[in-house]
Design a protein around this ligand. Sequence first.
Ligand SMILES: [Zn+2]
Length: 161
Amino acid sequence: MRKMTLSNGKTVEVECLSCALTSGLIEPDGGVVIETEHFQAHQDVAYPIKGLIILASKRHIKCFDELNEEEKLDYINILSKIRKAQREVLGIEHVYYFYNEDTTHHFHTWMVPRYEWMVEFGRSVESVRPVLLHARNEMNDEENVEKVMEAIGLLTNYLNG
Ligand SMILES: [Zn+2]
């Protein structure tokens, strides 16, 4: 078990953060953006970037080749649906996808939108970590966080409307 402190200050003990989120034990900040039978999507609010979505499986698996046929289909459908929503409601032209199998949680894909301000951190995979750190350390002001929350609302409405 791992002790986790939530953003509201509450402490919970969970075996796996992704299990806790997808089972509804923990409500992600900003809420669930969309949910299917096998997956759940939410904004990672630790990194205040508009439209940065985490897509997690509901089953506790870690590797891509553990997905069953039904999950594979569900995954590509929901992933492309979220991608379309990012384009339609937030005008996001490009997205970087990141997913690591040695996660301490379980199967989840990061969808990191590419914005103009990120260019100074380089291109492609090398820029991902500095971009995320910059967002977490320099963009956590009230005004930007509000914009991020607004974007969550727009995506949620679009995807569930
Ligand atoms: Zn899990």
